[in-house]
Design a protein. Structure first.
Length: 87
């Protein structure tokens, strides 16, 4: 948690890491499932599933938004190869 407080990286890294921390805590809690009530187990399972879905959604958004970016330099280089329009 200290790392999350002190190191804001952006690009969904912090949100993904926080969800992973929560998944880890829930997984640890669920190791003792034999001593949990059915309601607590179902609630923990639902929360775990929600966090895993969140990680997947954030990872997909991260890949879409940040790994497929075109830099300005690359865009200008590509524009050089396009012939100007003739009237």
């Amino acid at each position: 948690m200290r790392a999350l407080d002190s190191n804001v990286k952006g690009e969904f890294h912090d949100e993904i890491n926080l969800a992973r921390v929560n998944v880890s805590h829930l997984a640890e809690l669920m190791k003792d499932y034999k001593h949990m009530s059915l309601q607590d187990f179902v609630s923990a399972s639902n929360a775990l599933n929600n966090y895993l879905d969140r990680i997947q959604s954030l990872s997909r958004a991260q890949r879409f938004m940040y790994q497929n970016q075109t830099t300005i330099e690359k865009a200008l280089e590509e524009l050089k190869n396009i012939p100007p329009e003739e009237d």
